[in-house]
Structure formats: C-alpha cells, structure tokens
Design a binder for this molecule. Sequence first.
Ligand SMILES: Nc1nc2c(ncn2[C@@H]2O[C@H](COP(=O)(O)OP(=O)(O)OP(=O)(O)O)[C@@H](O)[C@H]2O)c(=O)[nH]1
Ligand SMILES: [Mg+2]
Length: 236
Amino acid sequence: MANEFPVSREGTANSRHANLTSSLDLSTSLDHSVQTRIFKIIVIGDSNVGKTCLTFRFTGGAFPCKTEATIGVDFREKAVEIEGEKIKVQVWDTAGQERFRKSMVEHYYRNVHAVVFVYDVTKMASFQNLKTWIQECNGHGVSSSVPRVLVGNKCDLVEQIQVPSNTALKFADAHNMLLFETSAKDPKESQNVDSIFMCLACRLKAQKYLIYRDVEREDGRVRLKHQPDPKSNCPC
Ligand SMILES: Nc1nc2c(ncn2[C@@H]2O[C@H](COP(=O)(O)OP(=O)(O)OP(=O)(O)O)[C@@H](O)[C@H]2O)c(=O)[nH]1
Ligand SMILES: [Mg+2]
C-alpha cells in the first residue's frame, strides 16, 4: 500500500554533509535518506464557496485578505506528522468557474487520493450543485474507496445561513461522507479546518487497515466516524 503513494526524498543531515565531502560518502548516506509520502487531495465546488480560503487557512494558517477566482489550479503543500511518519499533504485548489477549469479537469482527478467537496452554507445553489460535482468526480473514474468529505463553509455568516445542518448531514450520509461545517474566515475555526485535511491524511495513512475492516462489514460501507482505529490519533 505504501508504494501507491508517490514519495519525495529528503536528504538527512548526513547526506547534505556528504554532498560536500565525497561521492563515496554520499552513496552510503543515501541509505539513510528519508522517504516522504505525498497525499494528493483535491478541493472541488462552485466558484466563490471559499476553496482557496480553506486551503490557505490549512497550509498558511491565515485567512487571505484578498482572493481572486482561481485559474486552473493552485497547489499548496503542508508537511504533517502522523504517528511518527512525516507526510506531505499536497492540496489542489481547483477553479470553480467552468471557463477556468475545463482544460485542467483530467489533471485534477488523475491519481487523486482524497476529495474535499465544498459548498457555501449561505448559498443553497452551491449545495444543490454538489450532485453535479460528485457526478463529475465519479465520471473521471475516482473509485468509491477514495475518501471524500463534505465541507459547508462560511458558517461565520450566521444570519445568512440557507443550508440547514440536518439537510447537509443527510446528504453526507447518503454519499458516505463525513460533514464538516466551518469557516475559513473565523480564526476560532482554524482547528476545525485543519481537521478536514488531517482526517483525510489519517484515513489515507490507515488505508490498509480500512480495507481489511471494509471486507469484514456485511454492507461493505466504512463509517470511520463510528469505528475509529483505536491506535490512531485521527481527529475525525
Ligand atoms: N464570510 C466568509 N467569507 C469567506 C469565507 N471563505 C471565503 N470567503 C470569501 O468568499 C469569497 C470567495 O472565496 P474564494 O476562496 O476565493 O472562493 P473559491 O471557491 O476559491 O472560488 P473560485 O476560485 O472562483 O473557484 C472571497 O471574497 C472570500 O473572502 C468564510 O469562511 N467566511
Ligand atoms: Mg479559488
């Protein structure tokens, strides 16, 4: 399973030192180099729902003061450590506007490890359009074993909420997804935003265990929320 994820090599202090000394030393020190797995997570949803702000909050720890519509894709990376393993979470912040995404769609879904579907809690249309986003995702051959989560963003706009939590929860349940309702803007929610990506990273790291558990269940469904791995520090 580990080989299914691309890896990046990071030289240890020893190998960096070896580069400065001799090639013989280098070959020896490479044996000690660290392999870091990379998890590709794509963020999908209507334009203006806050995909860029959510990914920026996770990778940069802040709410961007100004954003423009994403063109094509923006990559953001964050190194995390889960149960002693260093992992690179590579977030693909996709464009919501059709004209800015159509040439890129194939690239979004190729070798994707997890998908984050985002809607704006203050815009019912963005919630209703989730069906189309899910269809697009399925249409590009993303297997049902690829973890997916649903994110309702802009919860700080309390007075303007149009999508009730229980409606979103039913939808998430029907599509076997966990639901996160949060705000990229509200600093108090930053941990919750982190949890979205950390939850997926933990699930990916534990995938071997999940597949085994999946086979064990009669209905074939994996409901992480109710069956946490006792050895895991997964936030979900
Ligand atoms: N109040 C509030 N505004 C937000 C939040 N997240 C994003 N916004 C605002 O919503 C607008 C759109 O945010 P973006 O992150 O650029 O939206 P996007 O989904 O990346 O849009 P595209 O790149 O066109 O697909 C910006 O004006 C943000 O400041 C949030 O949690 N709360
Ligand atoms: Mg964007």
